[in-house]
Design a binder for this molecule. Structure first.
Ligand code: HEM
Ligand SMILES: Cc1cc2nc3c(=O)[nH]c(=O)nc-3n(C[C@H](O)[C@H](O)[C@H](O)COP(=O)(O)O)c2cc1C
Length: 516
């Protein structure tokens, strides 16, 4: 759940400083006498008056768009700002920008400031607290977001602790969560120069369907904690950006509802998992139903890594600490332990029940992936669920590199068996690395973080990725996705895991509750 201050409706409108100015309508005749006592009570970010030249202005709205920043004015909240203002600005600014914000005149401003050093200190503390509040109150506008990790920083300030830890945490000590990213950082590029890239394109065929970019949005239970219309927002943004989105089995709306909402031509994947023997028995019927009635669903991804629920310890700790502050939305998101764990044999009937490609989500070793290819599955999504299931699972990109070699050796082509990968992807360069190893990546948490800004945020995240992919592919000398191969990569340090002091682990560690 996003904290209350998001309701100030700041997203989108905040940057339009000049349009704010035009909206000012009050005239300067509407003034009254304001006492210093009254002025002092308006001393907060959401209720801020200042005095300049013995006139009192309500700058609550103005501070949000002040080009010199909120804090500079907030220092004078509920007080005389004459000196501060004139040290920076031409007097004409008052008429130009604050004409409509005039509250009245003030005649009893104290002439000398009599502050003890203790009071000064106290005031400074108050200012610092207010500034902190303001950073949270006024997140950057979308034009101030330059990479997917910027969304993460904003989300960390905006989401409630319980939601944030639900999204961001991994299992146990989070080694796999971190290694997913570190491993991507161990692959380097070998650019090719002087190649013809005049017909440049990043469009891609995924399982025979054309999409505008070589990645898609992964599936998440609980995106409705970030925006009430969670899955719908992700689906709409994906449609707008002409990329695919994988709808989750345990979504806040049914697949039918989501499908009914989606634009014609939209590419949806469906993520499913079997939690009981009955669900397994029902699967052929369900898959046939999807195939017959939901043409936008182009593939079914079935989880095979959920024999037990991953143990996200950080999450339990935060919930424990928050106990009493009931968060009904979070309850039940963990799901119960599965009653039944499917086997390869079970999949024999299921696989044959539909013409839709069935992709196994969560395979993590080359032997299993080769088996899936030999059995005639259409593909596999290499995934450790973003480090949310088995801690110390190998980083996804490392498994991919191994599997890529194995498929090459066996001469298994992409049109027979399509690889997908996910876990830690947040840059265009990450996407390209996966493509060079023959897999289409799914983007995970960064898409959820971008959802803090609603549909426009998810669109922006997709656009940033597209721009990065475009730029990096050009620099690599690759004119389209199909010409990307492992010759563009230096994998020599991929598996080299040097021991380094794990500061990140230390930072992530959350102490036990009620222990001295
Ligand atoms: C009260 C104390 C204030 C301080 C200390 C202050 C400080 C500043 C600073 C440092 C900048 C420069 C930002 C940059 O370098 O990009 C700035 C910009 C600006 N401020 Fe203020 N400001 C104050 C109040 C106001 C008020 C009350 C108004 C409106 C009447 C205002 C209007 C502007 C405008 C229009 C700009 C952008 C153009 C410019 O840089 O001159 N400021 N302010
Ligand atoms: C909040 C959250 C909820 C998730 N829910 C599901 C789910 O219901 N089913 C599923 O197969 N994977 C789920 N995942 C895993 C994602 O599909 C994906 O594997 C993971 O986010 C990829 O890692 P990354 O976030 O590091 O990119 C979830 C991930 C997150 C962050």
């Amino acid at each position: 759940m996003i904290r209350e201050f998001r309701s100030v409706g700041f997203f989108g409108a905040a940057s339009v400083f000049w349009s704010w100015k035009l909206r000012q309508t009050l005239s300067s005749d509407q003034k009254r006498v304001v006492s210093f006592e009254e002025l002092q009570t308006h001393n907060k970010p959401d209720d801020c008056w200042i005095a300049i030249n013995q006139k009192v202005y309500d700058v609550t709205e103005f501070i949000k768009t002040h080009p010199g920043g909120v804090a500079r004015i907030l220092r004078y909240a509920g007080n005389d700002a004459t000196k501060g203002f004139h040290s920076m600005h031409h007097p004409q600014y008052l008429e130009t920008f604050l004409d409509g914000s005039l509250v009245g005149e003030i005649n009893d401003l104290p002439t000398k400031k009599k502050k003890t050093s203790t009071r000064k200190k106290q005031k400074l503390i108050e200012i610092e607290e207010q500034e902190e509040q303001v950073v949270k109150l006024i997140p950057p506008t979308l034009s101030q977001i330059f990479s997917l990790s910027d969304f993460e920083v904003v989300a960390k300030n905006v989401l409630s602790p319980a939601t944030l830890v639900y999204v961001s945490s991994g299992a146990d000590d989070e080694f796999t969560l971190r290694e997913n990213r570190y491993a991507l950082g161990r692959i380097f590029f070998r650019p090719r120069c002087l190649t013809d890239i005049s017909n440049f394109s990043i469009e891609t065929d995924i399982l025979g369907v054309r999409t505008a970019a070589p990645f898609f949005i992964s599936s998440f239970t609980g995106s409705n904690l970030i925006q009430p219309e969670g899955e719908k927002i992700l689906a709409r943004a994906a449609a707008e950006e002409k990329i695919a989105y994988m709808a989750p089995k345990r979504g806040s709306v049914s697949l039918e509802q989501l499908h009914a909402e989606t634009a014609h031509g939209q590419v949806l994947f469906y993520q499913h998992e079997f939690e009981s023997a009955e669900e397994l028995r029902e699967a052929p019927k369900l898959f046939k139903h999807i195939e017959a009635t939901m043409p936008q669903v182009k593939a079914i991804f079935v989880n095979v890594d959920t024999a037990a629920r991953g143990h996200r310890e950080k999450e339990y700790k935060v919930r424990e600490m928050e106990a009493g502050k009931t968060n009904a939305n979070l309850a039940g998101l963990l799901g119960s332990e599965p009653e039944y764990v499917a086997t390869w044999q079970d999949f024999e009937t299921i696989r044959k029940s539909t013409n839709l490609p069935i992709i196994l989500k969560g395979l993590q070793r080359k032997e299993d992936i080769l088996k899936a290819a030999e059995l005639g599955f259409r593909g596999a999504l290499i995934s450790n669920s973003g480090g949310r299931q088995l801690d110390f699972s190998k980083p996804a990109i490392e498994t991919l590199a191994e599997v890529h070699e194995a498929l090459k050796e066996k001469k298994i082509e992409r049109n027979q068996f399509q690889l997908f990968v996910e876990g830690g992807f947040s840059r265009g360069s990450d996407v390209i690395k996966a493509l060079c190893l023959g897999a289409i990546p799914a983007i995970g948490r960064p898409m959820l973080y971008s959802e803090v800004y609603g549909q426009k945020g998810v669109e922006k995240a997709s656009q940033l990725l597209k721009e990065e992919i475009t730029r990096d592919m050009k620099l690599l000398g690759a004119g389209n996705v199909s010409c990307l191969d492992d010759s563009y990569l230096d994998l020599s340090s991929l598996t080299v895991k040097l021991w380094v002091p794990d500061f990140q682990y230390e930072r992530n560690y959350t102490p036990m509750v009620n222990v001295i």
